[in-house]
Design a protein around this ligand. Structure first.
Ligand code: FAD
Length: 292
C-alpha cells in the first residue's frame, strides 16, 4: 500500500523508524526488535539508510522487505542521493521494486566533509523527481521545524520545501523536536508557503544523557530547560530516566493529537521497550481520533 493512501484513510497516522544493525553485525540481530515492534501494528515502519555504504545500505532493502513481506506492515525505505549517480539510484530502485517496496523517503543525506561530492543529485528534490518518473513509488520527504543547518533561515528552508512537493513528495516527516511550539510555528509557515501535504511530527524519547549532546550536535534540535532538568535529576538511574523520557514524549504526542497533527513518526532507536510503552500510553487516544 502507498503511504499516501494511509493518510487519505486516517485522521492520525502513527509510524516507527528503525535503523539497520551496524555493518559488522548480521541482519538477524534486528529480528527480535522487529518481532516486538510489529506486534504494535504501526501504520508503517521506515528503515534508515546508512551513510556507511556497501552492505549496510543493502540491509535497508532487506529489512524494509522483511517489515513488509514477513510482518505485513507497510515499509518505507530511506534513500540518500548526495554521493550517488543516476545509474546507482536506478539499480537500487529496481531492487526495491523487486522486493515489493512501494514507499521511499527521498533524502539528500549529509554532505561528506572529507571527500569531493561526485553524485548526480544536489538536493532531495532532485532524487524525488528522478523516483517520480518511474511512477512506481510513493515518495516521502523530510522537513525541519527548527530549520535545516544549511539554510540561512527557517523561512528559506520552508520555501525550499515547495521544490520537494513539486517533485512529487506526498508527505513530510519532521526532524525530531522537543518543543511543540517550534512545530506549530513551522506549520504556520508551511501553510503560508502552500505546503499542503500531510506532515508527520518526528518524536524521539530521550533515554540517556549522552543522547542529549548527540542530538544537539547531529540534528541541531533544542533541548528545553525542563527536559534538561529531568535528565540531570535521573541521569544515574537508567530505568527512571527512560521512563521520564517516555513520559515527556507521551505528553508531546497527546498535545500534538489535540492540536490536530496529521501523525507522529516515533524514532524508536530500535528499543522495543520505549516503543511499546509510548504506544500503550497513546493508542486509545489515537483510536478515538481515528473513529471521529
Ligand atoms: P534537502 O531536502 O535537500 O535539504 C537540504 C538543504 O537544502 C536545506 O537547507 C534545504 O532548505 C535546501 N534545499 C532543499 N531543496 C532545495 C532546492 N531544490 N534548491 C535549493 N535549496 C534546496 N540521513 C541519512 O544519511 N540516512 C537516513 O536514513 C536519514 N533519515 C532521515 C529521516 C528524517 C525524518 C530526517 C529529518 C533526516 C534524515 N536524515 C538521514 C538526515 C538528512 O540526510 C540530513 O538532514 C541532510 O543534511 C539533509 O537531507 P534532506 O533530504 O533533508 O535535504
Amino acid at each position: 500500500m502507498k503511504i499516501r493512501d494511509i493518510f487519505n484513510k486516517k485522521k492520525f497516522v502513527f509510524s516507527f523508524e528503525i535503523f539497520p544493525p551496524k555493518v559488522t553485525s548480521s541482519v538477524e540481530t534486528i529480528y527480535k526488535t522487529l518481532e516486538s515492534l510489529s506486534d504494535l501494528r504501526p501504520d508503517f515502519i521506515s528503515v534508515t539508510y546508512g551513510a556507511g555504504g556497501g552492505s549496510n545500505q543493502n540491509k535497508t532493502k532487506e529489512i524494509s522487505s522483511l517489515v513488509k513481506n514477513k510482518y505485513g506492515i507497510e515499509s518505507v525505505a530511506h534513500l540518500t542521493c548526495i554521493s550517488s549517480t543516476k545509474d546507482e539510484i536506478h539499480h537500487i530502485l529496481n531492487e526495491l521494486e523487486e522486493e515489493g517496496i512501494e514507499n521511499i523517503l527521498a533524502l539528500r543525506g549529509d554532505i561528506p566533509l572529507e571527500e569531493e561530492v561526485k553524485g548526480d543529485f544536489s538536493h532531495a528534490s532532485d532524487l524525488a523527481s528522478y523516483i517520480n518518473i518511474t511512477g512506481k513509488f510513493d515518495i516521502a520527504g523530510t522537513c525541519y521545524p527548527e530549520g535545516h543547518n544549511d539554510s540561512l533561515s527557517i523561512e528559506e528552508d520552508v520555501k525550499n520545501l515547495k521544490y520537494k512537493i513539486d517533485a512529487g513528495v506526498s508527505h513530510l516527516i519532521t526532524q525530531l523536536f522537543y518543543d511543540n511550539n517550534d512545530f506549530y510555528h513551522f506549520l504556520d509557515l508551511a501553510k503560508k508557503y502552500n505546503i499542503n501535504v500531510p506532515i508527520e511530527a518526528g518524536i524521539m524519547p530521550l533515554t540517556n544523557k549522552k543522547q542529549i549532546q548527540r542530538i544537539a550536535t547531529l540534528s541541531g534540535s533544542k533541548i528545553p530547560e525542563k527536559y534538561n532538568k529531568i535528565m540531570d535529576k535521573f541521569e544515574h538511574d537508567t530505568e527512571a530516566l527512560t521512563d521520564a523520557g517516555i513520559a515527556y514524549a507521551t505528553e508531546q504526542i497527546i498535545d500534538l493529537i489535540a492540536m490536530g497533527a496529521d501523525g507522529v513518526h516515533l524514532y524508536t532507536m530500535n528499543n522495543p521497550y520505549v516503543a511499546r510503552k509510548t504506544h500503550d500510553s497513546i493508542i486509545s487516544i489515537i483510536h478515538s481520533v481515528n473513529r471521529e
